[in-house]
Design a protein. Structure first.
Ligand code: NZQ
Ligand code: ZN
Length: 388
């Protein structure tokens, strides 16, 4: 293992009716002037909005300002709007109610509110935040792990650029995870969330460090559990038991425990962010298409780890020759994701080769991406072309 330090300051409040049990007290501790951030209305349809207002209104002298309409793949312009609302109304706390997009948007607002320049500087790493406005979240969709990490992914639509940043100052102070709040997530978004969480495990599984057996075994068990439970959940979207397992799996997959002591990859995410920056497709859908192609490409030179995954997660025959085993493993991923209804080709989203140059350009922030196999522009182009 590599040397590491680990800290995760987010208080996780998990389980049935935890909004009712915990929200008022948690918010009260930080402030009374709240920016309430949410998406395009799902929380109004499923009743969560009303419940949140009821709990917030129990705080003495509470003032609530709303930022509604955060887009999936949240936009820089919406972050900037949130920062303006905070400054104009002198707010002291942010409550994000939604999926990864709403939470990521709120995170960028939280550091942008303490920064005098353009918040995009922070997103692209030109400026480093040194403080933030406190943020709490109520998660409504199992996918990104944003509820318990410091990452935020923001799209600059004018520049067709989607970039991620991470900071200790953007970890939520608390996150409330009630699986009941995910009952209304439709089939397609549930599938995208499942692919996303599995991809997070893979990005960290394909690390380049020595001797990390517990990190790998932990990742394998998240994958195995997800593969076992996902089809059951998709047959019964209202199942509390299945929703809670997938919800916690998604949190575990990216609260950075799998990253302890290892140098991870993330090339597939960089490529997917580039595709969705240009074509605005759902993140999990893009990953279901790109990840098998990435695995195929890296298996041409390094099939061992892919083969290991096949033996341990799909119980493939360990005596099979390594290259063949790697191919079988990739086939297993493809079949599983296809069986739950995920897309398989970029053309499923109407994407053709027209803007491939821009997608290659946007994938590569520095000279190369990824660590397991370092990919230059030409490698990325080949992977994207194979995925068309
Ligand atoms: O906008 P609303 O009305 O809330 O509807 C959303 C949205 O249309 C809907 N939804 C969410 N909860 C629901 C619900 N519909 C019904 N009932 C509910 N309970 O689902 C749609 C998608 O929501 P979104 O938040 O976009 O999904 P997700 O959680 O997958 O987040 C995707 C974003 O997170 C970024 C992605 O790039 C993308 O921008 N990521 C963030 C990461 C992080 N912060 O660590 C890591 C990831 O790798 C990822 O890049
Ligand atoms: Zn992801």
């Amino acid at each position: 293992m590599d040397n590491f330090q680990y800290v995760n300051p987010t208080k996780l409040i998990f389980g049935k009716d935890q909004v009712k049990n915990a929200l008022t007290k948690e918010v009260e501790y930080y402030g009374t002037r709240v920016l309430l951030v949410y998406g395009s209305g799902s929380i109004k349809k499923n009743g969560l909005y009303e419940e949140v207002l009821k709990q917030l209104n129990q705080i003495n002298n509470v003032q609530i300002v709303e930022l509604a309409g955060v887009e999936p793949n949240p936009r820089l312009s919406t972050v900037q709007k949130g920062i303006r609302l905070i400054k104009e109304n002198q707010l002291d706390f942010i409550l994000a109610v939604g999926g990864g997009s709403v939470i990521d948007c709120a995170k960028a607002i939280s550091v942008g509110a303490h920064y005098d320049g353009n918040v995009w500087d922070i997103v692209i790493g030109k400026a480093t935040p040194s403080s933030s406005l406190p943020l709490g979240t109520i998660l409504t969709m199992a996918a990104t792990g944003s509820e318990m990490n410091g990452n935020s992914v923001i799209t600059n639509w004018d520049e067709k650029d989607k970039r991620a940043f991470s900071s200790i100052h953007t970890y939520p102070k608390f996150s409330i995870l009630d699986p009941q709040n995910t009952f209304s997530v439709p089939m397609d978004q549930t599938v995208y969330g499942i692919v996303d969480l599995m991809s997070h495990v893979l990005e960290q599984y394909f690390h380049i460090s020595e001797n990390a057996p517990i990190q790998e075994r932990f990742g394998e068990s998240i994958l195995k559990t997800t593969i076992e439970v996902a089809p059951k959940l998709l047959n019964d979207l209202q199942s509390y038991a299945h929703r809670e397992v997938i919800m916690l799996n998604a949190t575990f997959a990216l609260n950075k425990i799998l990253t302890m002591g290892v140098k991870t990859d993330w090339a597939s995410h960089m490529m997917e962010h580039a595709v969705s920056a240009v074509h605005d497709i759902p993140h999990g859908g893009g990953l279901a298409i790109l990840f098998p192609h990435w695995m195929e490409y890296v298996s041409e030179t390094k099939p061992e780890k892919v083969a290991q995954l096949g033996i341990r997660v799909f119980d493939l025959d360990a005596t099979t020759e390594t290259t063949k085993l790697a191919k079988e493993t990739i086939q297993q991923f493809r079949e599983f994701w296809k069986s739950i209804g995920a897309p398989t080709r970029l053309s499923d989203y109407g994407i053709d080769s027209k803007e491939i140059d821009l997608m290659v350009e946007r994938s590569i922030v520095n000279e190369t991406i990824g660590n397991y196999v370092s990919l230059a522009k030409d490698d990325v182009r080949q992977i994207l072309e194979r995925a068309l």
